[in-house]
Design a protein around this ligand. Structure first.
Ligand code: FUB
Length: 320
């Protein structure tokens, strides 16, 4: 299968991808060389700004870097670490949602606004009220906008239960239900949550929630798309290093586990977006091959994604 490194000039990761005005826009994290020892808290991911990339030909065309569109030092509540962002368009304005640690090292979600998909994005003064954890995907469905979010370990999801901060983090183990991703409807002005976030439960073929010891359970990097009327919820399994997916009949789930989209890549993290462009489906993701395996220096990659006649996604080899 043909694959392509999209932007060899720099280390970028965590692609969120959308088609705006007929052009394909990529909103990645911008990786930085880090002196930190690699740890489970993700301290090696010290990103400080965002760039926007775009193209009109995914496998062959020129990928344009529109430059720096948001800088950590311009965000009033900034602490550190700009991780995976996403962008949505409403009424001609473009809203970038990004996770960042505040000065107490707690992740919240910021919003920054632009007049064009390629930015620049101007940050709001404060984070979204009640926001927590990382890795947002904003999905437009029937005229409303929904944000999916959450990530374990360094992503801090284990610090919350029922949308409240816990005194002590709690990570389920063994046969306990795995920690779920979250979904929330955004307010009409796109700047706040319109309701309390709800859990996104992934169940097996018997309708039982995947358990914490299941290697295919949710960890981080959620993405949602629709294919043939079905909702596809895809995600990274984190410490088992796969991209997997589950399907459902509505945006809130539960989603039934279906299979592996991408087997492990070189590097610890795996993270993706699935998008249709000019009649073909693509998997955008990253790996650490060009940096010689440094997990904090990742490179954007793309390949075609295929479904079988029943709508199952064909598994792609991560090491190819
Ligand atoms: O890029 C930092 C973190 O690494 C992301 O938020 C995760 O999804 C993982 O890719």
């Amino acid at each position: 299968m043909k694959k392509r490194y999209l932007f060899p000039a720099d280390y970028m990761a965590d692609p969120s991808v959308h088609v705006f005005n007929g052009r394909l826009y990529i909103y990645p994290s911008h990786d930085w060389e880090s002196e930190n020892v690699e740890n489970d808290n993700g301290d090696q991911y010290i990103m400080k700004d965002y760039h926007v990339l775009s193209t009109d030909d995914v496998m062959e065309g020129e990928v344009i870097d529109h430059g720096k569109v948001l800088d950590l030092q311009d965000i009033p509540w900034a602490g550190r670490q700009l991780w995976d962002c996403d962008v949505a368009e409403k009424n001609g304005k473009y809203y970038m949602y990004f996770p960042m640690k505040d000065r107490n090292d707690v992740f919240h979600h910021g919003v920054a606004i632009a007049d064009r998909p390629e930015g620049p994005f101007i940050p709001q003064p404060d984070p979204i009220r009640g926001s927590y954890s990382i890795d947002m995907c904003v999905f437009k469905d029937e005229g409303e906008y929904y944000m999916y979010f959450g990530g374990l370990w360094g992503g801090q999801l284990q610090r919350y239960k029922d949308n409240k901060a816990l005194e002590e983090p709690y990570l389920p183990s063994g046969k306990e239900p795995a920690l779920p991703s979250r979904v929330v409807r955004l307010s009409d002005d796109m700047l706040q949550f319109a309701e309390e976030p709800r859990p996104v439960v992934i169940v097996d073929k018997d309708g039982k929630p995947l358990t914490a010891d299941n290697p295919y359970r949710f960890f981080e990097a959620q993405w949602v798309h629709k294919y043939n009327g079905k909702y596809y919820f895809s995600y990274s399994t984190g410490d088992t290093h796969m991209l997997c997916y589950a399907t459902g009949d509505n945006r809130f789930g539960p989603f039934t586990y279906q299979g592996v989209i991408l087997t492990p890549v070189v590097g610890w993290t795996t993270h993706h977006a699935i998008v249709e462009y000019k009649g073909k489906w693509y998997l955008f993701h990253h790996d650490s091959v060009p940096s010689g395996g440094k997990s904090w220096l990742r490179s954007l990659k793309v390949c075609e994604l295929e479904y079988d006649a029943e709508g199952h996604i064909r598994t792609i080899e991560g090491m190819d």
